[in-house]
Design a protein around this ligand. Sequence first.
Ligand code: GLN
Length: 306
Amino acid sequence: MTTVAAALAAARAKLPASEARLLLGQVMRQAPAWLIAHDDELLDEDALLAFAALVARRAGGEPVAYLLGYREFFGRRFAVSPAVLIPRPETELLVELAKARVGAGALCVPGNPLARREAESRVCRDCGLVTPSILDLGTGSGCIAITLALELPLSRVTAVDSSGAALQVAASNALDLGASLRLLQGDWLSGLDGECFDLIVSNPPYVAAADAHLAQGDLRHEPRQALVGGADGLDAIRNIVAAASSHLALGGSLMIEHGHDQADAVRVLMGDAGFSEIKAHADLAGILRVTVGRLPSTGEAPAVSY
Ligand code: GLN
């Protein structure tokens, strides 16, 4: 019989200790901290074989998140599979910015003269409050949309993805986490004719097709369509920025996550598309990671606070 300590020690030849503990914890259905406190516990043959198989797959390059089947994001556990991008810590910045913007109110201007947009003003028939409507493009695991639906319970969240397999992962995460949102299959904004939102957020594919990182680490195993944004990485962002203004309420905001060297290009794209108050925000690593723009309001009606 092998002890937890011996199994972990053997795996150390191939993996960092923290990863070995996560994988053994998965096999034993215990938290990594439990393993530390119970390192003299014995493993049966099945557990040992299952652990060895996971260690071999991890040593072969498969992402820890796919082997575990989950990744933490904004303090919650999201199921992931190779059908979806693994949630990244830097994407929490996008969530923080969206929360702050909605929390600050004044997202849209109901009563503006554009009839279609007016029809979309969201005054609750019961309470009279305007509920912010949020759209997440390329939702993948749903980590952004579901987090916003849970953090901003008054909001109405729609999430779009072109991949049916990804939408299944997002739907199951929404169910597990108790979030209510609308999931739609579609190509960016193309299926949303006539719909209008206060806030559009996206972590689109933004890696350039020839980027060497695609052949390294976790990226080798993640869906290419969630990573690659054409030759310069900006294809999806160009598409989203061009279409967003006709799907935003006046005064509404667009927030896009992008690559470390794309902030200037995104600023130009947003400026050309008529956005104002454009600002790039740095992630915890100090990299300009999310650019935000606001669609100017006409100034004819006072902005409403939520
Ligand atoms: N931030 C990811 C990476 O470079 C890319 C995610 C994306 O394309 N949206 O690892």
